[in-house]
Write a protein of this length. Structure first.
Length: 489
């Protein structure tokens, strides 16, 4: 196996597949210094200001004259994103799914959507009742038996003392969770005096099944625990006879997320998700790609795949509006890679973004969604939202994803309310954290058989949709967080 990997024929850097010592030579390239695993080696001489090319695209420019074989990282590579880019419409892109005879066993809900779990969710309208929600979830799991996959409380610190968009975001996200198809039933738990009290919140919940969605205002009852237990039993009675039935794969909505990335993420795990995404979109399923700041520097590639001019304009607005959010808060929008990303070999935001968007494959972009907006379009959707892991997974859940594919190179235990399939970018992580990781993409470094790996991952996704539990579910790692941009009273 080679020690250096050149991803694209246009690239002028390669990725070290193992720790490289100074003096090591391969294919006419001699390392001039030690190069850590997953980091970059220069394949040709560059002058100061020349672009460094990876994934076939610029990931920044070299800051000093640099010879072939040099180690390329933050000491000599800088972003190109300090100047505002101009965008161009590349024309319409065809989306003509072929369909598929693939099926999974899911729960068909009254609104026609399909859940992959039959759970009871407790949704607090305000953070003041978080501990009550947690107590009720614990008691609820002791009360239920067959027919329900568990009782879960999704606590958060919001719902009161919020203004404007923040308050609206909280209400929309919580309402979307109440209506999520993986929840066979929901207990909405309120304090009573909060901004987001039941009288204010209920209008966000149109067309609910009152046998499956119950409400409890804790200030209005003598013993909220006893009343809560009684309501949970009523919900359980309404859902316990729900049965899985075979449905077409077009009923799946799959979300994509990366976190704790390394330089292998874009090469293996994200690229594998891209192959799977192409299979899903070709089967007329729905897919959602988010993390807008991790599109900066790669956004034109997504715009080039817009289905039509309307979708292109929506992508441009999504990108520019999110950049304005940074500027309104006096922050730069091009300093995104985290310390862990840098340590893992990712230097600039362009490099991170080009690796991040690999999760969308080459699929046509069919729609752009607002923060937490419900997915209604088949094919690949872009979802407005930040890159923060727990905010992103909540955002994807609220938009209707029944399953999230979460790639990672350094590892993370985080899980969403929905099954969160952790995909490792390297085998070392998979072997070290088997309690976190569901699927290993690290083998692609050695064999490169993406088609076989994509078929294997798709089969696993179908098994998860049909009931197989992921590591986050086995560990009980399921939580939410809501985007906040304004003041708290």
């Amino acid at each position: 196996m080679p020690e250096f990997l050149k991803i694209n024929a246009k690239d002028n850097v390669a990725v070290a597949l193992e720790d490289i010592k100074a003096g090591f030579s391969e294919n006419g390239i001699t390392a001039l210094s030690d190069i850590p695993k997953a980091h970059k080696i220069l394949l040709c001489d560059l002058k100061a200001g020349d672009n460094v090319i990876k994934y076939g695209c610029p990931i920044g420019h070299i800051t000093e004259d640099t010879p072939k074989g040099a180690y390329v990282h933050e000491h000599n590579l800088s972003t190109n994103l300090r100047t505002a880019p101009t965008y161009e419409y590349a024309g319409d892109t065809d989306y003509s799914p072929k369909g598929s005879d693939l099926t999974f066993d899911g729960y068909v809900r009254g609104d026609g959507r399909v859940g992959v779990r039959n759970e009871i969710w407790i949704i607090p309208t305000v953070g003041c009742v978080n501990k009550t929600a947690e107590r009720l979830a614990k008691l609820g799991n002791d009360l239920i038996s067959d027919g329900c996959d568990g009782v879960f409380a999704y606590t958060h610190p919001f719902g009161c003392s919020q203004l404007g968009d923040d308050f609206e975001n909280t209400q929309n996200i919580l309402a979307s969770l109440v209506k999520h198809p993986n929840a066979g039933g929901v207990l909405v738990l309120s304090l009573g005096c909060e901004n987001n009290n039941l009288g204010v919140f209920k209008p966000y919940l149109d067309n609910i099944d009152e046998d499956r969605v119950k409400f409890l205002c804790t200030q209005e009852v003598e013993d909220e625990i006893e009343v809560g237990k009684s309501l949970l039993l009523e919900i359980y009675d309404a859902i316990k006879y729900d049965k899985r039935r075979s449905v077409g794969i077009e009923n799946l909505v799959v979300g994509y997320k990366c976190g704790g990335s390394d330089a292998f993420s874009g090469i293996t795990a994200n690229a594998l998700c891209g192959k799977v995404n192409e299979l899903l979109c070709d089967a007329n399923a729905s897919a959602i790609l988010t993390e807008v700041p991790e599109m900066f520097g790669a956004e034109q590639l997504l715009m080039n795949r817009a289905q039509n001019r309307e979708v292109y304009d929506k992508i441009v607005s999504m990108i520019n509006d999110f950049k304005d959010y940074y500027y309104r808060n006096d922050q730069e929008c091009y300093e995104n890679p985290s310390p862990g990303n840098h340590e893992g070999g990712i230097t600039t935001l362009e490099e991170k973004s080009l690796g991040c968007i690999q999760k969308g494959g080459s699929s046509t972009v069919c729609d752009v969604l607002g923060y937490g907006e419900a997915c209604r379009t088949k094919g690949l959707n872009l979802l407005t939202g930040p890159g923060n892991d727990i905010v992103s997974t909540t955002n994807l859940t609220a938009s209707g994803c029944q399953i999230i594919l979460f790639t990672t190179g350094r590892g993370t235990s985080l899980g969403a309310p929905v099954p969160t399939v952790k995909i490792s970018s390297n085998t070392d992580l998979y072997n070290r954290k088997r309690n976190w990781i569901d699927f290993n993409a690290g083998g692609l470094i050695e064999d490169g058989d993406f088609d076989a790996a994509a078929d294997e991952l798709l089969k696993y996704i179908i098994s998860v949709a049909s009931g197989e539990r992921t590591c986050n579910e086995k560990n009980g790692y399921k939580e939410i967080s809501i985007f906040k941009s304004g003041v708290v009273l």
